[in-house]
Ligand binder design. Structure first.
Ligand code: NAD
Length: 338
């Protein structure tokens, strides 16, 4: 799609986190035959995945709100992939201020600084299925479905989308929000992955198994075929490639500055928690012990993405997201975390 051969500079915020590090690696390795080389500047306030900086040309340790505009202007960056954020539903209910501040308020300040500096590039934003809240039925979610987030986290993400959309319109930026459903799996080369304290389903199962502890399954009385929640798991490398494809898509909006578009990102099918446990048993070749506790408040029966719009508008497809591949790559990484 993009035939320009100049090196282009990209900023990734949250570049040492789970999604940000995999995304930086895919950009850095230039893994699209027709894409120009990319030089990646990563910004993160922590070293979340310690060896992740190897995929960055430059690492800036600090808060994204303090560094993005200056880095963008000094380095002639025209694409910012904004992955930094705080992203846990439970803690966002306990400490909403932190979520509105770190996700929404700082995103607003970052965009204001970019506008004041005269920047006019593309921002690709890590959004979430949490913007929808509880689906009205068990069908897959499309972008036009009602957005009624039930946690401060989900609301902070929806506010970010609105802030980005308004800044695109006012300052002729281009914006794409990618609403990921469940990011899972790890880098196929085994160099990047989740952290030891990751609270997502697959890392929790594998970590409990590794520690010879029983995994806690929240609820088996949902309205699904086996009683456990169904979620749409997308391999983190498919998410990383989606950012690259989103960049090319924004390039193609040549005469459409100021445009903002939000897209769902998922496989379009789901797996129940019991199916995920079965897949983990196949990969570790052993029985996984688990205990069932009451369901958590606010967990919908089923969350599935309809990603037709993103697939139609780009060359993207979730090629790496079979459940077996997701669990194999996660287990390959988990064994290094001992
Ligand atoms: N993992 C998922 O399943 C999932 C699903 C939907 C959306 N998302 C979104 O994707 C993004 C990345 O998620 P993740 O799973 O990689 O989380 P993560 O916690 O692994 O990574 C987030 C990174 O952002 C950094 N960060 C946070 N606030 C910062 C700040 N103010 N300045 C600089 N760095 C900051 C953290 O240090 C961390 O390295 C988040 O915005 C999250 O809301 C994730």
């Amino acid at each position: 799609m993009n035939q320009n051969t100049d090196t282009r500079k990209v900023i990734v915020t949250g570049a040492t986190g789970f999604v940000g590090s995999h995304t930086a690696k895919i950009f850095k390795e230039n893994r699209r035959s027709d894409s120009p080389p990319q030089s990646v500047i990563g910004i993160d306030r922590e070293l979340t995945i310690p060896n992740s900086t190897q995929y960055l040309d430059t690492f800036v340790k600090g808060d994204y709100v303090d560094h993005v505009a200056e880095c963008a202007m000094d380095n002639n960056v025209n694409v910012i992939v904004h992955c930094a954020g705080t992203s846990l539903v439970g803690p966002s209910i306990a400490d909403p201020g932190e979520y509105y501040n770190n996700n929404s308020a700082k995103t607003n300040l970052m965009l204001e600084s970019l506008a004041q500096a005269g920047w006019d590039g593309t921002i690709i934003f890590s959004s979430s299925a949490a913007v929808y809240g509880i689906p009205k039925d068990n069908q897959s979610l499309t972008e036009t479905d009602i957005k009624n987030p039930i946690s401060p986290y989900g609301r902070s993400k929806l506010i970010c989308e609105q802030i980005i959309e308004d800044h695109c319109r006012a300052y002729a930026f281009k914006g794409i929000a990618l609403r990921y459903f469940n990011a899972a799996g790890c880098d196929i080369d085994g160099t990047l992955g989740h952290t030891n304290d990751d609270t997502h389903m697959i890392p929790r199962i594998l970590s409990a198994y590794q520690k010879k502890e029983a995994f806690t399954l929240y609820g088996d009385d949902y309205n699904t075929h086996d009683g456990t929640c169904i979620r749409d798991y997308l391999h983190v490398e498919d998410i990383a490639f989606a950012h690259l494809d989103a960049m090319f898509l924004a390039d193609s909006w040549k005469f459409w500055r100021g445009r903002f578009q939000a897209y769902n990102l998922g496989t379009g099918y789901g797996n129940s928690n019991k199916e995920v446990i079965d897949a983990c048993e196949k990969v570790v070749k052993d029985k996984i012990e688990y205990i069932v506790t009451p369901r958590r408040i606010g967990d919908p029966d089923k969350l599935i993405a309809n990603s037709k719009n993103f697939r139609d508008d780009t060359d993207w497809s979730p090629m790496r997201s079979s459940l077996s591949h997701i669990v194999e790559t996660a287990w390959q990484w988990q064994q290094k975390l001992v």
